[in-house]
Design a protein around this ligand. Sequence first.
Ligand code: FAD
Ligand code: MLT
Ligand code: ZN
Length: 480
Amino acid sequence: MTKPAITEPFENLHDQILDAVGEEGVVAAPADMARYLAEERGRFVGRAAFVVRPASTAEVAEVVKLCAAAGVGVVPQGGNTSLVGGSIPFEEGDEIVLSLERMTRIRELDADNFTITVEAGVILQQVQEAAAAADRLFPLSLGAEGSCRIGGNIASNAGGVQVLRYGNMRDLVLGLEVVLPDGRIWDGLRALRKDNTGYDLKQLFVGSEGTLGVVTAAVLKLYARPREVVTAFVAVPDPAAALALLGRLRAASGESVTSFELIPRLILEFALRHIEGCRDPLSAPQPWYLLVELFGGREDGGLREALEEALAAAYEDGTVLDAALAESETQRRAFWQLRENLTEAQKFEGGSIKHDVSVPVSAVPAFLKEAEAKCRELVPGCRPVPFGHLGDGNIHFNVSQPEGGGAAEREAFLAGWDAMNRAVHDIVHRHRGSISAEHGIGRLKLAENARFKSPVELDLMRAVKQALDPHGIMNRGKVL
Ligand code: FAD
Ligand code: MLT
Ligand code: ZN
């Protein structure tokens, strides 16, 4: 391999790491490093001395030890689908990216214990497929599941479209193996549902966004694979009606509601306009939609009837305007394709200012009303397209720039990102909500997080960081 132009203090480190992980384990040519240094939304582009791709926990530990000795920062990376700039280094170029993409072993699946033990680099979809092959369900599901990796899901405490029933990653982890910032390996790979022997250390690393250590493997919970899946695309007049339907369905189905996704008409139009193969499931345009899915334990277990009855009753009282039930897996997939492409569809409509927020579910209608009014006051003509996980109060309150306009208008609109974030987050705060429901803080939300976190909470987080990473080499400048 031609020796890349790696300058001190990285030259020596580069050679040491090359010895530890071999040629396969180091990427140093700028063209080959590019994909590790750009992030999903193109807001940040980082620089790194080089990228390391260890193939085992022992190699990860060796690499971290060498970086700690050299005082060089480490940015752990999984699928690099982070939406807050957490997975790429800063522009200074004085960190290395440590990609877990070569650690893709499924170490064990214990169907009787309803657990699966996987390495950090296993892609989420692969875990879902391995579980299904054993007649089990691994319930984490999100738009990036084809490329995000389990280590990243854990470090970002990923949420997605089934949190309402199965919780987020924090609720799905039973045990972790972690390489600590000093290079020691913590083997916490226990497959127990009960273990009351001191602090629950694994939970420190869930959601830590790579700032406390490198997750190298995990024991994850599995669930029974559903025998009945009922999916509907439902039109409602407004978010308050959506909320009423949620309560009705949860009651009518004995907590079988698995997904409850809110979609406003405008963003559906974005998808119909720009995404190949997307079709409106209903015959006439409606103001708001819900993608609803229920899982049951028995074929024809009556879930479909329960849903139809609840929809019919809601139709009678005007809280439902129309609905289509999926009659086939193909139709079900078509409904989900609409939902999963909302992220992509926004890219074709100019600049989009993002908010990943949560409020108590009952506060969503009031929050939406206040936040929409505020944004229109700030930027007349802007187009709020609030969508997402209504079932857990998590709304992606994204706002597209006013219709039309070119690059200049896009720039001007995006220049208002921080001001709009502050305005929307103030409203979230008034509703005792969170300014980052599922995507984390990364580098994007540092200032906003510091604005709302109490001094006590920030002190506690700094104390944990100081205890585990006293030399501050893990994912510098992220989260805190
Ligand atoms: P990366 O992006 O590589 O890293 C994420 C963070 O974890 C970074 O801070 C990184 O440093 C750290 N990290 C990565 N691997 C490790 C490790 N092994 N040890 C320690 N730290 C590590 N997120 C949701 O929660 N819900 C959604 O519905 C959702 N939908 C999305 C839809 C699309 C189209 C896209 C592009 C993203 C979406 N995301 C969503 C965001 C993203 O997919 C999640 O945050 C995901 O969990 C990141 O996984 P990853 O493997 O890509 O991690
Ligand atoms: C989603 O739920 O689609 C994502 O979390 C939101 C986004 O990609 O903006
Ligand atoms: Zn989401």
